[in-house]
Design a binder for this molecule. Structure first.
Ligand code: BES
Ligand code: MN
Ligand code: ZN
Length: 505
């Protein structure tokens, strides 16, 4: 979608529809809406006073202007209660607006929040563009073109009367566009079905991205995985005819090639059947999203490169397909991971931690300033938090604080869970250094999400946080502006915010 910022009076804009935000309980529109109301002979005031439009969050109403304005329609969008207004409200309003204007090709809008809402203009424009692009997203690659239902909107214009705000609005809109497009890129990748995206293809997509954005990308094949001792990735990969890979994607802004990087690790299980510890059949198709962490970290590098954020950042993606083939890893097998620790595999469905552990050890070579991993790691995290937040774990209070701040600002929620030393007991093995899962005979095993994080902690030697995105990665109805079931792209907005903050500190 094309985004423009224009300094103009809204009553002079010639466009298919003009979007105005209305707070709940408003009786008489002011500002831009007031000017439009006067041009329409008080039609908006009448609607509001009759209660035909209440301004509830997400409410929309498309009205003709009968030639009284150069804009052919007015699209009212509810902003909810004025006291609860935030950047989140702006995203929500615009996601609703683009869907209400789905048959139109262009929309002009006032920048909700940049005036009476009290948001800094840059933040308001960023949130507005994010909401519009995210809310418009559909995954329709595999549908017949005549059955597609994505909004047709091609152009979004932000209109501001005050010339002093225009520059900040342009900057915010450009950031919002780059970040939201990176989220959509991640959604597209994670929405690919398992048959279309084996580990090799996931790696090829990363290479194509690197080519487009001028980044360096290296893909480790089995020989190199062997040479590096990445025994977890190899062991999990053995059950599939489609070989494992590890992607190393580097964004090194000019002049920063030598600095200690941020490393982002994304779980790239292109399909998780559970392996020999086979999952139940119901809902197994959702395990194509088990590479959503990979999609998020790759999408983040795309946004960083597009915005030229001056922070060296490396994405590591261990990519495997977890299938129960004749050569597959079995319960009881003992494997050796990249740092020499041995693991008794008690459940082949706890595969994510095995491949992530290798990648976390691999990250040490960069002396990273911080490492964040994103993984659809445990069903237990979904039990704990539902789809409302990702589980957050870590070993460094400052890093945890920074991630929480980025979550607040981006709207992608996290909730910290503990990493008590006592959880290590859960992973004690009689035959190896660790076991990979807690056996649940009958009852659910305790602290499943923390057990996964505790396992990973055994492999890190730097400031680190782990985000369990099992709940937030797919099929979320609110807050992530994902109008369809499917991948949400969760993590891109959060990580970009965090790295932007690092670039300022
Ligand atoms: N990919 C799954 C976790 C998952 C579950 C993601 C539901 C999204 C939705 C992961 O590999 C897994 O199977 N975890 C096991 C761990 C257990 C065997 C210790 C789980 O959660 O059951
Ligand atoms: Mn699994
Ligand atoms: Zn998995």
């Amino acid at each position: 979608m094309e985004i423009q910022v224009l300094r103009e009076d809204v009553t002079r804009i010639e466009v298919e529809a003009l979007c105005l935000g209305i707070f709940q309980g408003l009786r008489e529109p002011g500002g831009a809406a007031g000017a439009v109301d006067r041009a329409l002979d008080g039609a908006l005031t009448k609607l509001l006073q009759k209660g035909e439009f209440r301004g509830r969050k997400g409410e929309t109403l498309l009205l003709p202007t009968w030639g009284k304005l150069p804009a052919r329609r007015v699209l009212l969008v509810g902003l909810g209660e004025r006291e609860r207004f935030s950047a989140e409200t702006v995203r929500e309003a615009m996601a609703a607006a683009v869907n209400a204007a789905d048959r139109l090709s262009e929309l002009s809008t006032v920048v909700h929040g940049a005036g009476v809402g009290g948001l800094p203009p840059e933040e308001a424009a960023r949130a507005l563009v994010e909401g519009a692009i995210l809310g418009r997203y559909r995954f329709e690659k595999y549908r017949r073109s005549d059955e597609r239902d994505a909004p047709r909107l091609e152009r979004l214009q932000l209109v501001e009367f005050d010339a002093a705000k225009v520059e900040a609005l342009r900057a915010g809109a450009a950031r919002g566009k780059a970040v939201a497009e990176a989220v959509c890129w991640a959604r597209d990748l994670a929405n690919e079905p398992g048959n279309a995206l084996p580990p090799e293809e996931l790696a090829a997509r990363a290479q194509a991205l690197a080519h487009e954005c001028g980044m360096r990308c290296e893909v480790l094949t089995e020989r190199e995985l062997e040479a590096e001792g990445l025994g977890g990735i190899l062991a999990v990969g053995r059950g599939s005819a489609r070989p494992p890979r590890m992607v190393v994607l580097e964004y090194a802004p000019e002049g920063r090639e030598g600095e200690r990087p941020v490393v982002l690790v994304g779980k790239g299980v292109t399909f998780d059947s559970g392996g020999i510890s086979l999952k139940a059949r119901e809902g197994m198709e959702a395990m194509k999203y088990d590479m959503a962490g990979a999609a998020a970290v790759l999408g983040t590098l795309k946004a960083l490169a597009d915005l030229e954020i001056p922070v060296r950042t490396i994405a590591l993606v261990p990519a495997v397909e977890n299938l129960p083939g004749g050569n597959a890893l079995k319960p009881g097998d003992v494997i050796t991971l990249a740092n020499g620790k041995t693991v008794e595999v008690t459940n082949t469905d706890a595969e994510g931690r095995l491949i992530l552990a290798d990648a976390l050890v691999y990250a040490r070579r960069y002396s990273p300033r911080a490492v964040v991993d994103l993984a659809t790691l445990t069903g237990a995290c979904v039990v704990a938090l539902g789809k409302e937040a990702a589980g957050l774990f870590g070993n460094d209070p400052d890093l945890l604080d920074a991630i929480k701040r980025a979550a607040e600002e981006s709207g992608e929620r996290v909730w910290e869970l503990p990493l008590y030393d006592e959880y290590k007991e859960l992973l004690r093995s009689e035959v190896a250094d660790l076991k990979n899962s807690v056996l649940g005979r009958g009852a659910l095993p305790p602290a499943g999400a923390a057990a996964g994080a505790t396992f990973l902690r055994e492999f890190v030697e730097y400031p680190w946080t782990h985000l369990d995105i099992a709940g937030t990665a797919s099929d979320v109805e609110t807050r992530l502006y994902c109008p369809q079931k499917g991948a949400t792209g969760y993590g891109v907005r959060l990580l970009v915010r965090w790295i932007e903050q690092l670039s300022r500190s």
